[in-house]
Write a new protein. Structure first.
Length: 257
């Protein structure tokens, strides 16, 4: 990873942050980031890159973003910062199909409730769906959700009743996925046939083991995205799941080899 380019970009972000208000200073930035003042000064004056977690705190302070996903979006045009986030805070250290999708951001409010969310999922895949199928599965409430998505510019109903998605290749936030995943599982995970997948694993691993498990999980996501992209067809597939710790602590960052 090119640390020179990273430091140059971060210093530019710091300069922008400092110049936004006269009251701002290196001391104020260090306090906002929760790092030492010397850490920020070494970065600004000596071009010395801090430890990854301290660099992350500085980026969060100057951007006022609190998640990795929001940072990736905020610094979308900064190649050095993007590579830093990918290298230190992504499991496989490479982009996946999911990374190429567009975050919904403020548009997400249109699918915040479950029925609009599932209607959008059913309508936004490659299999063209008729509005009658929405009514058959979800009833009058499904029709109302469909109408709201049309009004919000997410979907369009053609003259023959076929639904066309106007917003495609999107990536819902973690918060929205967590909110709707239980209901998606109840509705679409079928208990009466053997041609679907399920698993539940709960065990203790080392930090290194957790990092390796992250690698496996993201490789699964990358491989699944590649399969979906390279094999278009008529089956409306849904893939879901999560991996995390059975604690209230955030996930451990992968140990460096």
């Amino acid at each position: 990873m090119d640390r020179t380019n990273l430091v140059t970009e971060v210093k530019g972000q710091i300069d922008t942050w400092l110049s936004a208000k006269e009251s701002r200073s290196v001391t104020a930035l260090a306090r906002a980031a929760g790092v030492s003042e010397s850490c920020v000064r070494r970065l600004c004056n000596d071009d010395r890159s801090p430890l990854p977690d301290n660099m992350l705190k500085i980026l969060m302070a100057v951007s006022q973003k609190s998640s990795i996903e929001d940072l990736k979006t905020h610094f979308e045009s900064s190649n050095g910062i993007q590579r830093f986030l990918l290298h230190n805070y992504s499991f496989l250290e490479k982009a996946t199909y999911i990374d190429s999708c567009t975050p919904l951001l403020e548009k997400e409010k249109s699918i915040d409730e479950y029925l609009p969310f599932v209607v959008y999922l059913m309508s936004a895949n490659r299999t063209r769906i008729h509005k009658n199928e929405i009514t058959r599965l979800l009833g009058l409430m499904g029709e109302m959700a469909l109408d709201s998505l049309v009004s919000d510019g997410f979907l369009k109903i053609e003259a023959d009743g076929i639904i066309t998605a106007l917003v495609t290749d999107v990536r819902p936030s973690k918060e929205l996925i967590r909110k709707h995943l239980p209901d998606l599982t109840k509705m679409f995970f079928k208990l009466d046939h053997d041609f679907n997948g399920f698993a539940l694993m709960s065990e203790s691993v080392s930090k290194k083991g957790y990092g390796l498990a992250m690698d496996v999980y993201e490789k699964f996501l990358a491989d699944m995205g590649e399969v979906i992209q390279n094999n278009p067809g008529e089956v409306p597939l849904i893939v879901s799941g999560f991996m995390d710790t059975l604690t209230i602590e955030p996930y451990f960052r992968k140990e460096q080899n």
